[in-house]
Design a protein around this ligand. Structure first.
Ligand code: H79
Length: 443
C-alpha cells in the first residue's frame, strides 16, 4: 500500500491552530544552552574571549583539534535531569528547548552518524537527551530540541567562518548537500524517533550554503517524521535578522518567528517567541555577572504575553551540570509571581486593539470575556483604564487579594478603579506587577 504524501507546507488554519494550541497556551519556556563551551567558560589560553560563550571556538579562533580536547573532558557528574525539570516547573515554565547540537557540532546524545558525541567522545557516557526527555514526560513538561544547521566540526558543513579556508563556493554547496543528506537529516530522524520532541528549534540557517529550497524540504522532512511537531522559522531563510520575523517575499517554512535578545515592538497576529538571556551569554561564562533583575524578567514576560508572543528564557549550565545560582534565584522569583498571577498569563490571547496603556499591559483569557490589566508599577489610588468596559454589576479583583474593588465607568474617560489605601500599602518592591481581573468588553 502506498503511503499518502502530505504537503505540510500547505496547512489549513484549523490544523495549524490545533497543532499550536499547547504552545500558545504555555507562554513561558526554558532555553538551555549546554555543551563543550561550558568548559572553557569564556576563557582561552588565559584570555577572556569577548562575545557569547558558546561561540568561543569562533571568536577565540580555536582550531578544531584543540577544541576537541575540551570535548574529551566533558563530564558533568552533577547533572540531574529531574532536578532541572523540577526547576522548570517551579519557575512556571511549560516547556524546555535544549541544544542537541550547537554550532560547535558536539552532540548531547549517542548519534549513530557521529562520533563527536557524549557517548563516543566524552568521558560522561550517559545520554543527556534521554534523561531530560524522560524527566519532561514524567513531569508534564513539553520537550524541545535546538539543532544547529551550521556545524563547525563536520568536514562537509563547510561554513567555518574564520576557521575555514577560502575555496570554491560550488564545491562547498555540493558538500553541504551531502552533509544535509547523510548527516543532518539522519540525526533529525534519530532525535524524533528516540526522544519524541514537541519542538525542533533550528538555528544557523543563515549560512550561505543553505538555501530556501533546502529549508522547505527540511521542514517537510521533519513534519513527515512527526506531523504534530512545531518547528521555528529558522528552518528556512525567511528571518530578518535579530528582529526574528519572516520577510514577506516568499512562502517561508516555519511555524513561529524568533526574535533574539529583543521583544517585538508591537503586537502581532503571527506566532512568535522571543528568546533571551538572563546575563549576556547563552553558553556559560564564568565571569559574566551582568544579570537582569527579576523585575525586568517578569516585565518582559508580561510585555511579550500582551503582544501575543512566548518568552523563551535561557540558562547556561556549568560543565559540572549546575544551573548557576543567580539564574535559579530569578526563576524561583518568577514562579512565585506566577503562582498568584499566572491566571493573567497562561491560556491568554492578546487584545484586538490595544496591548498597552502607559505602564499597563492587557491580556485576555482565551474564549472568555475575562480581561486582565497588569500594572508594571505601583498604581495610584485611582486607576483609569481607557480600553476596558466591565460588564454591569460585575466584580473587579486584584489577583492575590480577595476583596472586590469599587469602580465606575465614565463615558469618554473609561473605567475608574478605586484601590483602597490598605491594598495600596501592600505593594512592595517585590510585587513586580499587579494584575486586575475585569469581566467585560474591549474598546
Ligand atoms: O544559540 C544562540 C546563539 O549562539 C545563536 N542564536 C542564539 C539562540 C546566534 N547568535 N548569533 N548568531 C547566532 C549569529 C551571529 C552572527 C555573528 Fe558574525 C557573529 C555576527 C558577528 C559575529 C559570523 C561572523 C557571522 C557574521 C560574522
Amino acid at each position: 500500500e502506498k503511503k499518502q504524501i502530505v504537503n505540510y507546507l500547505e496547512e489549513s488554519k484549523e490544523s495549524l491552530d490545533k497543532r499550536m494550541e499547547w504552545w500558545r497556551d504555555a507562554r513561558f519556556g526554558m532555553f538551555i544552552h549546554w555543551g563543550v563551551y561550558s568548559i572553557p567558560a569564556g576563557t582561552y589560553k588565559g584570555k577572556k574571549i569577548e562575545n557569547i560563550g558558546e561561540w568561543i571556538q569562533f571568536f577565540g579562533k580555536i582550531p578544531v583539534e584543540e577544541y576537541e580536547e575540551y570535548a574529551k573532558q566533558f563530564n558533568p557528574e552533577k547533572f540531574d535531569a529531574d532536578a532541572w525539570v523540577q526547576l522548570i516547573k517551579e519557575a512556571g515554565m511549560k516547556y524546555l528547548v535544549i541544544t542537541s547540537k550547537h554550532h560547535d557540532g558536539f552532540c548531547l546524545w549517542d548519534s549513530e552518524v557521529a562520533t563527536y558525541d557524549i557517548m563516543d567522545f566524552a568521558p560522561y557516557k550517559k545520554d543527556i537527551l534521554k534523561a531530560l526527555s524522560e524527566a519532561c514526560k514524567k513531569q508534564g513538561i513539553k520537550f524541545g530540541l535546538y539543532h544547529s544547521i551550521l556545524d563547525w566540526h563536520h568536514q562537509d558543513a563547510h561554513y567555518n567562518g574564520n576557521l575555514r579556508e577560502k575555496g570554491d563556493e560550488k564545491v562547498y554547496a555540493e558538500r553541504f548537500k551531502k552533509y544535509l543528506k547523510e548527516y543532518l537529516k539522519p540525526q533529525l530522524k534519530e532525535l524524533v524517533d528516540n526522544y519524541d520532541p514537541d519542538i525542533l528549534w533550528f538555528d544557523g540557517e543563515w549560512v550561505g550554503e543553505f538555501t530556501h529550497e533546502q529549508g522547505k524540504e527540511l521542514y517537510q522532512y521533519v513534519r513527515t517524521l512527526k506531523p504534530s511537531i512545531l518547528i521555528n522559522n529558522r528552518v528556512d531563510k525567511g528571518r530578518q535578522g535579530y528582529q526574528g520575523m519572516n520577510k514577506g517575499d516568499k512562502d517561508y517554512a516555519g511555524d513561529f518567528g524568533t526574535p533574539e535578545q529583543e521583544i517585538l515592538k508591537n503586537a502581532s497576529d503571527l506566532d512568535w517567541e522571543s528568546c533571551m538571556t538572563m546575563n549576556d551569554t547563552w553558553g556559560y561564562k564564568s565571569y559574566d555577572h551582568n544579570w537582569k533583575s527579576a523585575k525586568t524578567l517578569i516585565h518582559n514576560l508580561i510585555d511579550v504575553t500582551s503582544k501575543g508572543g512566548n518568552y523563551l528564557l535561557n540558562v547556561g549550565p556549568t560543565s559540572e551540570g549546575i544551573i548557576p545560582e543567580p539564574s535559579v534565584e530569578r526563576l524561583k522569583t518568577m514562579g512565585n509571581w506566577l503562582d498568584t498571577n499566572g491566571e493573567a498569563i497562561y491560556q491568554t490571547e492578546r487584545l484586538k486593539n490595544h496591548y498597552k496603556q502607559e505602564d499597563i499591559r492587557f491580556t485576555k483569557k482565551k474564549n472568555t470575556n475575562d480581561y486582565y490589566a497588569i500594572s508594571l508599577e505601583k498604581p495610584d489610588a485611582s486607576l483609569t483604564l481607557k480600553y476596558l468596559k466591565p460588564k454591569k454589576d460585575s466584580d473587579i479583583y486584584l489577583l492575590g487579594h480577595n476583596k472586590a474593588l469599587s469602580w465606575k465607568y465614565v463615558d469618554g474617560k473609561g473605567l475608574v478603579i478605586q484601590i483602597p489605601k490598605a491594598v495600596l500599602n501592600t505593594w512592595t518592591e517585590k510585587s513586580y506587577a499587579w494584575a486586575f481581573h475585569i469581566n467585560g468588553t474591549e474598546i
